[in-house]
Design a protein. Structure first.
Length: 265
């Protein structure tokens, strides 16, 4: 959010792909695998939905990048205006890639267990928001499979309404089921189920420390670090980059190198 410099945004995008590739398949820890034995294919579809959400967010990011760049041609067009629009689109695309990576590697309901009890309500809202994309991907996969078995053509834009309506209906049914489940557990009535808190291991602490350090590096960037967070497009000049900030961006790939385990989040 603090920069439009491609020398910082592109490394961040590359880090997103690396962490997703390294941790997307391993996002279901031993506890989730034990749960899969009892929950059946539903647990596996949930993990597959989280992994597939990265591609969806990257696709939306590319669409945002192209759309933001094309919109500039409806007004006065100069080299500076085109570059400025493209960099704004790149920033939005990178933010979507970051969110997609987090969505693909983190189990939202394990995160709910980590939240302090006093922050249970906002943590629950965040967990539900994070689960929307994976649940939608899983629902779309089920609908496409059912339509394919019925001999319905699911290719092309014309098939989109036939896919969207069942997916929305499935989403409504799952929302009602989730509301009933929350009500049965006494949510909102001062009585709710208690969860065994997960302990943070060395990998989790290292991940949190690296994220905080990289964030402070960009927030505190000034002339002493070389800065260059905002690219000058009027006049249009080649952007400068601080090796310290490039290193801070690349350091976010460390979580992908850490050993996975039951306490890795």
């Amino acid at each position: 959010m603090s920069t439009t410099n491609p020398f910082y945004l592109l490394p961040l995008a590359a880090v997103c792909y690396f962490v997703h590739a390294a941790r997307g398949a391993a996002s279901a820890g031993p506890q989730d695998k034990r749960g899969a034995a009892s929950a059946g294919p539903q647990n596996e579809r949930g993990a597959a939905g989280r992994a597939g959400s990265f591609k969806v967010f990257v696709l939306f990011g590319l669409v945002a990048l192209v759309t933001r760049t094309v919109l500039v041609f409806f007004g006065p067009v100069t080299p500076g205006s085109v570059v400025a629009a493209a960099l704004e689109g790149l920033r939005l695309a990178t933010m979507l890639a970051v969110f997609g990576t987090f969505n693909s590697v983190a189990d939202p309901f394990r995160l709910l267990k980590l939240s302090p009890r006093r922050f249970h309500e906002p943590a629950l809202a965040a967990a539900l928001a994070l689960s929307i994309a994976p649940r939608t991907i899983v629902a779309a996969g089920r609908v496409r499979e059912a339509q394919r078995l019925r001999g319905i053509d699911i290719s092309g834009w014309r098939a989109l309404p036939a896919l969207a309506v069942p997916v929305l209906a499935t989403g409504m049914e799952e929302a009602v089921t989730l509301a009933e489940s929350m009500d049965s557990r006494g949510h909102g009535r001062g009585r709710r189920s208690r969860y065994r808190p997960e302990r943070w291991g060395a990998a989790a602490w290292a991940t949190a420390a690296i994220g905080v350090a990289a964030a402070f590096a960009f927030v505190g960037a000034d002339g002493a670090l070389g800065g260059g967070l905002e690219v000058s497009t009027y006049p249009l000049v080649w952007p400068a980059a601080s090796p310290w900030l490039v290193g801070a961006a690349l350091s976010l790939a460390v979580p992908g190198l850490l050993p996975a385990g039951p306490n890795h989040v």
